[in-house]
Write a protein that binds this ligand. Structure first.
Ligand SMILES: Cc1cc2nc3c(=O)[nH]c(=O)nc-3n(C[C@H](O)[C@H](O)[C@H](O)COP(=O)(O)OP(=O)(O)OC[C@H]3O[C@@H](n4cnc5c(N)ncnc54)[C@H](O)[C@@H]3O)c2cc1C
Length: 532
């Protein structure tokens, strides 16, 4: 059995950061195992073609949840990256950290050392921001953050229209106040996607002490007693870890791997004939995700992204992009949006993702016309779901319940979000471009019941699953990892991905997940300690 000091399971957003940091010490032998292929596909690199990556499906996995009452019996379909870079190679590239209050809330729940003042320096250390500098932004990190070089006229019109409804313009959602509308900062650099792989792995993969295996799935963590000592792959091959195994497989696969390996709710594991290594009832529980619905308007003129990838027009966009890295293909598509407080709670509780075309979903064909889509998305869900085992067989998909709208407040926020989005669509700067509203059907905003039904029928994830191996203090019986991300009840095992978030942050999850991995690596290498 080949032996390493550290084995990192999953080469996604967190795994790239982790493998890069652990291999900085030339004396440490590090193995990174990724189930997907390398991130060589051209569509991964070009910002606007991330839709093609999703359409083609080669570099993503779709997790299909149980049909849920909250979404009119529809199953949740949650896409996740299955490629080097993981989510950061297939996502919409929005760089958003969330609110200071998110992290202060984690700390108030007993996670000492995870307040905003603790995590802000880490965000800054990782970042090179092309526009912003000062208290909130870094200028020397590996992660390039910039505004894309292309802003669609519909994105600009949205920003003006939203201001006409009273929402302020905000040039920096990662600054002192998240409130407002504007252009998103993105993980792009010189017109290309800047994934965690580009930022952290490209340099590290040249090191002799880092071995990367792709297209290989970890099936189980190996234990000697309660110490993690390695992993077994699907094909039966084994690798040893003299130091630690670090789980970075994402919020669906990480808890599944833990359960398959004997870490989880003892009763659930025993029901599937799995020998219990550690009884941790929190594994796979506390699943949270962001859901959004959609408000769409058909434009008078053929100005949107609709069919811009086809025929001669598509070829011209590609030629411009290849020659100059500019034009529509340099756009991350979800260029604009914002954060608003629709429930008068004193902080934004709703995010808007705006697309300069009318998008469909797994169970909803796109409207075949030019238009704009405004996606209201709740920020701090109260609903909870779970990831459990269907069987002890690794090949069986997880029994996954997204818990969509299991708490009514989440539904109410989206109803308010739809009303606000309609108001924006009807404000002068957009109204002059819009021929008719396509979704929701005009008139239904007069009935809250009809709006609720519309939300249940159209709500979809924005692919931010977290929380299934949550961090928490000793007093929390559902905590899976301690504040240095060590799995409770065992030795030599940590989780350093999106699973550890106790509560979902108020925004997109890629930047927070990389921050978590960076801290995890600092704890492992002893660069930082919380003495927990
Ligand atoms: C389509 C999409 C759009 C998104 N848009 C945005 C956005 O614009 N901005 C933003 O901030 N966030 C966005 N996100 C979310 C963000 O990308 C994720 O929160 C983040 O990537 C999670 O990082 P992670 O390391 O926890 O998991 P991942 O990045 O998913 O990494 C997990 C990795 O582990 C691998 N893996 C899983 N199981 C195994 C196994 N058994 N053996 C070996 N390898 C395994 C997977 O293939 C994957 O590469 C988006 C996500 C998606 C899918």
């Amino acid at each position: 059995m080949e032996k390493f000091d550290y084995i990192v399971v999953g080469g996604g957003s967190s795994g790239c950061v982790m493998a890069s940091r652990l291999s900085e010490d030339p004396g440490a032998r590090v193995l990174l195992i990724e189930s997907g292929r390398r991130d060589d596909a051209a569509f991964i690199k070009i910002p606007a073609t991330f839709f093609k990556v999703i359409e083609k499906g080669r570099d993503i996995v779709a997790y299909v949840g149980e049909p849920a009452e909250g979404v009119n019996g529809r199953p949740s379909v949650v896409l996740q990256g299955n490629v080097i870079g993981g989510g950061s190679s297939v996502n919409a590239m929005l760089y958003v950290r969330g609110q200071a209050e998110d992290y202060d809330g984690w700390a108030q729940d007993g996670n000492r050392g995870w307040g905003y003042s603790d995590v802000l320096p880490v965000f800054r250390d990782l970042e090179t921001n092309m526009e912003h500098s000062g208290e909130f932004h870094g200028t020397e990190g590996e992660l390039h953050v910039s505004e894309t070089g292309f802003h669609h006229p519909l994105s600009r019109a949205f920003i003006r229209a939203a201001q006409e409804t009273g929402i302020p313009y905000n040039p920096d959602f990662n600054g002192s106040d998240q409130t407002g509308v504007g252009f998103y900062q993105t993980t792009t650099h010189n017109g290309r996607r800047w994934s965690a792989a580009e930022a952290f792995l490209r340099k590290a993969e040249k090191r002799k002490n880092l071995k990367i295996i792709t297209e290989a799935r970890v099936a189980r963590i190996l234990f000697e007693g309660t110490r993690a000592v390695g992993v077994t792959l699907e094909d039966g091959s084994r690798y040893g870890a003299a130091g630690e195994v670090v789980l970075c497989a994402g919020a669906i696969e990480t808890p599944r791997l833990m359960q398959l390996s004997g870490i989880g709710n003892a009763k659930h594991l025993s029901d599937h004939g799995i020998e219990v290594v550690a009884d941790l009832p929190g594994v796979g529980e506390n699943y949270q995700d962001h859901l959004e619905t959609t408000v769409q308007g058909v434009t008078k003129d053929p100005i949107s992204f609709y069919r811009q990838d086809k025929g001669l027009r598509g070829a011209l966009h590609m030629a411009q992009y290849l020659a100059t890295r500019t034009g529509m293909l340099a756009s991350n598509v979800v260029e604009s949006g914002g954060f608003i407080d629709v429930s008068d709670v004193g902080l934004p509780d709703l995010q808007l993702h705006v697309l300069p075309f009318m998008v469909g979903w797994a169970d909803r064909e796109p409207i075949e016309e030019h238009g704009i889509a405004i996606g209201p998305c709740f920020l701090r869900p109260k609903s909870r779901g779970s990831v459990k085992l269907r069987s002890a067989d690794f090949k069986d998909a997880a029994l996954f319940d997204a818990g969509s709208f299991s708490h009514n407040d989440d539904l109410e926020i989206l109803v308010r979000g739809v009303k606000k989005s309609i108001e924006i669509l009807e404000a002068p700067s957009l109204a002059r471009l819009i021929k008719r509203r396509a979704l929701p059907e005009p008139g239904i905003e007069n009935s809250d019941d009809a709006l609720k039904d519309f939300v249940r029928q159209t709500a979809k994830t924005v692919f931010h699953p977290v929380g299934t191996a949550k961090m928490g203090p000793d007093s929390d019986s559902m905590a899976v990892v301690d504040t240095e991300l060590r799995v409770r009840g065992v030795q030599g095992l940590r989780v350093a991905d999106a699973s550890i978030m106790p509560r979902l942050v108020s925004g997109n999850t890629n930047a927070p997940t990389m921050m978590i991995a960076e801290r995890g690596a600092r704890f492992i290498t002893g660069k930082e300690t919380l003495n927990c």
